[in-house]
Design a protein around this ligand. Structure first.
Ligand SMILES: NC(=O)c1ccc[n+]([C@@H]2O[C@H](COP(=O)([O-])OP(=O)(O)OC[C@H]3O[C@@H](n4cnc5c(N)ncnc54)[C@H](OP(=O)(O)O)[C@@H]3O)[C@@H](O)[C@H]2O)c1
Length: 345
């Protein structure tokens, strides 16, 4: 935000990979009111030319008199570089004032860059006895209306939402963000992704029926005969081959999603895909909605199917659980340990 005389005169955020940074977007929204303003940003402004020009120059050119940021740039050559450039240009700086909050705001970018994969969020809803659907028959929604509102809000805050083809076949989800007014801050709808090795998604699937060039669906598959693709081809349906074996190579698929600009990937199940991701160490954050329901049933699916874990020592350790009520349900949240995060966020 840009603030002048105690009033916010401009707001901005980094909407999309390769697009203008938050600073430039805020300067555009403020126009001439940026002159004499203070800029408050989460991350130290960039001072080099990458996909866009240096924000330090844009801020100084617009007449911003002070810049405050929560967290220094973590890249050693760039850390505090903006501080010295701005000060030399006569702009006051207050850097690294809230490093923990800054880390929370930028962790998808920070963690993803070196690993070249999106921050991966595993989400499921389960009965109190730990089942994600009945053993036989149709799936269906387990959690209540508040949890549903929370989910649509979350979908609006990520670049992509994914499920396995098993979930498409049983639940037929649309996977769109249906929050009143659409995704927050004018963000685009998330890219919808289906992990579907042999392209079993039916052409009549709800997600495909609502696909368009503006709201595409990406079918991630293994090596398949072209004819299987042909029956699914239509505007808004895209294909990505990841892995030449029987099954989609999830790590390779995530790397390709990162290259496409996906920084946060929300994986909403089912158990097979989530189990495979967790088993490969590809889960960063977990959201579990526990709902007051007893399902039971021998063979009823659980949140994670095969992870390949045979002993406690091999289990994925999580940070202490953060708890929030969502109506009759409880939302549990944690990070995979080794991943910096704040359980309160
Ligand atoms: N309560 C909840 O939160 C929730 C959420 C979602 C689903 N569900 C329930 O979960 C059930 C469906 O779960 P599911 O486990 O069968 O489906 P799933 O995880 O959605 O899909 C499984 C399929 O994904 C495909 N896949 C592609 N690449 C994979 C990989 N590398 N590893 C593993 N699978 C891969 C596999 O089919 P191919 O080999 O053909 O590609 C696999 O059979 C339904 O009963 C549904 O209602 C519940």
């Amino acid at each position: 935000v840009l603030v002048r005389g105690g009033r916010v005169v401009g707001r901005g955020w980094h909407r999309a990979y390769g697009g203008p940074h938050a600073e430039v977007s805020a300067l555009r929204s403020a126009g001439p009111r940026a002159r004499g303003a203070t800029a408050y940003v989460s991350l130290e402004p960039c001072s080099t030319t990458g996909k866009t020009g240096p924000c330090t120059e844009a801020l100084a050119r617009a007449g911003v008199v002070r810049v405050v940021w929560a967290m220094d740039d973590w890249n050693p050559p760039n850390a505090r570089r903006a501080a010295s450039l701005l000060s030399r240009g006569g702009v006051a700086v207050d850097g690294n004032v809230l490093p923990e909050a800054g880390e929370r705001a930028v962790r998808a970018l920070r963690r993803g860059g070196p690993r070249r994969r999106p921050w991966t969020i595993a989400k499921w809803a389960m009965s109190l006895d730990g089942r994600i659907s009945p053993a036989r028959g149709q799936g269906g929604r387990l959690s209540g209306p508040q949890a549903l509102r929370w989910l649509h809000d979350l979908r609006g805050r990520v670049e992509a939402v994914a499920v396995g083809v098993g979930t498409v076949l049983s639940d037929d989800p649309r996977l769109t963000c249906r929050r009143p007014g659409g995704p927050p801050h004018g963000r685009p709808q998330p890219l919808r992704v289906v992990f579907d090795s042999r392209l079993r998604t039916p052409p009549s699937a709800a997600c495909l029926r609502s696909a368009s060039e503006d709201a595409p669906v990406l079918l991630v598959h293994a090596r398949v005969a072209g004819v299987r693709r042909l029956r699914l081809e239509r505007p808004g349906v895209e294909f990505l081959e990841a892995g030449d074996r029987r099954r989609v190579d999830l790590a390779a698929a995530l790397a390709r999603l990162w290259d496409r600009g996906v920084r946060r990937l929300l994986v909403e199940g089912g158990g097979e895909v989530l189990g495979a991701l967790a088993g490969a160490g590809l889960v960063d954050q977990v959201f579990c909605v526990a709902t007051p329901l007893l399902l039971g049933g021998k063979g009823a699916p659980t949140p994670l199917a095969d992870t390949g874990v045979d002993s406690l020592a091999e289990a994925t350790r999580l940070s202490p659980l953060a708890v929030r009520r969502l109506g009759a349900d409880v939302l549990l949240q944690a990070y995979a340990t080794g991943v910096t995060g704040d359980a309160r966020s």
